[in-house]
Design a protein around this ligand. Sequence first.
Ligand code: TYM
Length: 312
Amino acid sequence: MKKRLLTGLQPSGALHLGNYFGALKPFVDMYEDYESHLMVVDYHSLTTVRDGDLLRQNIIDIVKDYLAAGVDPEKVVLFKQSDVPQHTELAWIFECLVTVPFLQQAHAYKDKVAKGLEANAGLFNYPMLMAADILLYDTEIVPVGEDQRQHIEYAREATGKFNNAFGETFVPPQEKIYEAVGVVPGVDGQKMSKSYKNTIPLFGSEEEIQKAVMSIVTDSSGGRPEHVYAIHKLFRSEEELDQLYAEKEGKYKDLKEALIADIEAVIAPMREKRASITDDDVRAVLETGAQKARERAEAKMEDVRKKIGVSL
Ligand code: TYM
């Protein structure tokens, strides 16, 4: 029997190279060897997105991104979270099993509070919705970037809490984080992130990618521009790069142009494929995925409802 693999990305804005190398590409590289689920976690992005038309567009866009990046919808259950109400149902059950101090330790929540920003209750409960996403499908492996490590720990904690209270029901999941791409840096050297405005878009136009790469911060100490190199490493071996960066020592513009060419070589074919995918294609894929996911999620929830005592 194949092991079960699952991941999800938020439709909260255009995907960037961090999302691609940290999560989507690892998923694409491995999903055919597993029984795989790929989600659009639209309810998670409701913690930040407050515009229905924008969310609708983002959902369409991210599914196109998945398909263009090499996901074959025949070989995976590709669905959006909101189509499977069992996710929010199970999240509530987990919320009743964990404590407030435990959720207060979650990085995403803590960071927001530390910055003096208002955290909504959705953000606070976020890890339990994510635990539900994972555990509903008896997921064993979750390919993600480093910033999600704690969330997988939380999902394991939810597994333990539930199993202790109601008997063996859920499987503890394991994160799959590749060291080389666990934290993809942005144009300023910090982790690439929408909220830091330091991203290089995955499916940006050639001009947008050029602009982002040209904005990579370089210091004036000469030699190797570290932030350029760090991103370039995603596209070429260190051996090749060391030679190139030695030849072009101090020539930052040339090195950035070489990086743009390398990004283009990878993205251009995917961009072309993406342009051929219609909104109706996306709707059809999500419709099929929703049916399959709902069936599996409902089978699991029937067991859960019996165990907790709400189904008579
Ligand atoms: P999200 O939407 O913030 O990010 C999607 C994926 O991209 C990875 N990532 C990165 N990896 C390396 N370097 C970076 N700079 C970088 N930026 C983002 C993230 O680690 C993530 O894997 N909570 C999740 C979504 C989620 C989920 C799930 C994931 C909800 N339910 C169930 C897996 C399983 C999130 O906000 O990802």
